[in-house]
Design a binder for this molecule. Structure first.
Ligand code: GDP
Length: 322
């Protein structure tokens, strides 16, 4: 699978790259941020969910990761800001505007600044860096691409934009296929992060609408296949269910078993190791790759740190045994 390996020595001097979507990705990224020196941690985030709303550029997964690493996230919803108020969106609705996408008043400030800076010609990578600095976020958060890369959901009746399907339609229309765009390119920052990484992690994010869009960005998948680093993924499926969101429903509708094993099979040769949940103990026996069975459910901030440490220890082991 991989031609050579560079066994890393200790977590403190390892460069870690984590591919992430929103909620699940942000939680593991937060755990990693608690144990990896910030200069050694890069989170590459899905932007396939991004869209324009009320004239503003919204990047839901980037925002979830940023707010989480800033300690500013709403811990109950998993998205949006803590201590949020909703006066503006209520007024938008009262004025007959689109209020189906819930934008809090604090959250709106992020979208206003982002839209303003993009309009001045800054790249999404630079804008993300700017907002991170103002949140005092130390690790590097990178959008997977600076180009628009909209994920579409093919349902029986139509192809829906991701947020129309996910939020407006409450992910109810059955998914026939996730349609990813052609010709989206990675940024120099993402390429450099991948090239110089010691370990690559795939967060417990939705494999189809959070991780696949990142892998679809040229040449990320090919690079990950060719580079020598160990690649370890964490399951988003526990006990035949998603912790949150549509991953399990999508798997069913796309004809896949709703199991951690199906997720490992989906990543296939791309990964060298797979972390799955203790609730599914034994279900990956016989899988032709290294596996770690632990408690992957991150209920608390301490869980995030514990899982991040276990995943890193395992990835180091995998790297040493390639
Ligand atoms: P989204 O873009 O906000 O939907 O976020 P992600 O794609 O990153 O996360 C959604 C996935 O994360 C879902 O499939 C969840 O099952 C999974 N997830 C969320 N929290 C946890 C957790 O604590 N542990 C594990 N193993 N998976 C989780």
């Amino acid at each position: 699978m991989k031609s050579e390996s560079r066994p890393p020595s200790s977590v403190t001097n390892l460069k870690i790259v984590c591919l992430a979507g929103g909620v699940g990705g942000a939680k593991l990224a937060d755990g990693l941020a608690q144990i990896v020196p910030p200069e050694n941690l890069t989170v590459v985030v899905n932007t396939g969910d991004d869209f324009a709303h009320l004239g503003l550029k919204i990047c839901p997964d980037l925002d979830t990761v940023m707010y989480t690493l800033a300690g500013a996230a709403n811990l109950e919803t998993g998205w949006g800001r803590a201590g949020e108020s909703w006066r503006t969106v209520a007024e938008v609705g009262r004025l007959g505007g689109p209020d189906w996408f819930h934008l809090g008043d604090l959250d709106l400030a992020t979208h206003l600044v982002r839209t303003q800076l993009l309009g001045e010609g800054m790249s999404l990578t630079a804008v993300t860096g700017h907002i991170c600095r103002h949140f005092n976020i130390q690790p590097t958060i990178l959008p997977m691409s600076d180009q628009p890369a909209p994920t579409l959901i093919a349902t029986g009746a139509a192809r829906l934009s991701f947020q129309t399907w996910f939020v407006k339609e409450r992910w109810q229309p059955p998914v026939e296929q996730v349609v990813l765009p052609d010709d989206v390119r990675a940024t120099p920052a993402v390429l450099k992060a991948l090239e110089t990484a010691d370990l690559l992690l795939i967060a417990p994010s939705n494999p189809f609408v959070s991780v696949a869009p990142i892998l679809n960005v040229y040449p990320i998948r090919a690079m990950i296949e060719d580079l020598p680093q160990a690649v370890v993924a964490v399951t988003p499926i526990i006990g035949g269910q998603a912790v949150k969101g549509p991953a399990a429903k999508m798997m069913q509708e796309m004809g896949l078993p709703v199991t951690a094993r199906a997720v490992a099979d989906y990543y296939g040769d791309l990964i060298d190791g797979f972390v799955y949940d203790q609730q599914d103990a034994g279900s990956l026996d016989g899988l032709n790759m290294a596996c770690l069975c632990v408690d992957t459910w991150m209920h608390t901030l301490a869980d995030r740190r514990r899982l991040a440490q276990e995943v890193l220890n395992f990835a180091i082991y995998v790297a040493g045994n390639e």
